[in-house]
Design a protein around this ligand. Structure first.
Ligand code: HEC
Length: 157
């Protein structure tokens, strides 16, 4: 009886599908485009961060299966709220620097990408060398204020 109810609930849950639509990406606001990231660094960020922190999320097959789909959607919603690389250029110059520093920090501490994500996405597991490369690049970008300069150039006039 309990089993039947459970199966029934899981079947009903499948009707509550997640919304996978996202606004079109404006390349002129996209972090990796603006930062002119070297190809290997760009690939790391894209593989490890963009599914949750951009409008370019790629949805795996299990994102069609409730209740896992709801967890995927929650991560994407919260990820984008915290940091959305697709609208990076809309952040203030100070925020941009801080965001990149924070990225370096959470990668260093192993907080990002989320464990539940790397578990299912082997391509998002960094080797030590990749982690150091990415952190080094992020720190240069945040300290170098290159994104800030870009912003100022645009704001002149
Ligand atoms: C599976 C989805 C997912 C992936 C992949 C992911 N994040 Fe996150 N990220 C989140 C969520 C959810 C939050 C907000 C809640 C939290 O902090 O755990 C977050 C928060 C953050 C924050 C805000 C700081 C904080 O601790 O609150 C930063 C910075 C960040 N992520 C950077 C990254 C970077 C850089 C990558 C790639 C190396 C990445 N994330 C990959 C889901 C993800």
């Amino acid at each position: 009886m309990i089993l039947l109810v459970l199966v029934g609930l899981i079947v009903i849950a499948q009707f509550f599908r997640i919304d996978k639509t996202a606004p079109a990406v404006n390349a002129s606001q996209d972090f990796l485009t603006l930062a002119a990231a070297p190809a290997d660094v760009a690939a790391l960020v894209r593989d490890a961060c963009y599914d949750c922190h951009s409008y370019e999320s790629k949805y795996p097959w299990y994102s069609n299966v409730a209740p896992v789909s709801w967890m995927v959607k929650k991560h994407i919603n919260e990820g984008r709220e915290n940091l959305n690389f697709s609208i990076y250029d809309t952040y203030s110059p100070e925020d941009k620097g801080e965001i990149l520093e924070e990225c370096a920090e959470v990668i260093q501490e192993g907080e990002m990408p989320l464990k539940s994500y790397t578990w299912m996405h082997p391509e998002a597991r960094f080797t030590d060398a990749q982690r150091q490369q990415l952190i080094g690049w992020l720190e240069t970008m945040s300290g170098g204020e290159r994104m800030g300069e870009y912003q100022e150039e645009e704001d002149v006039d």
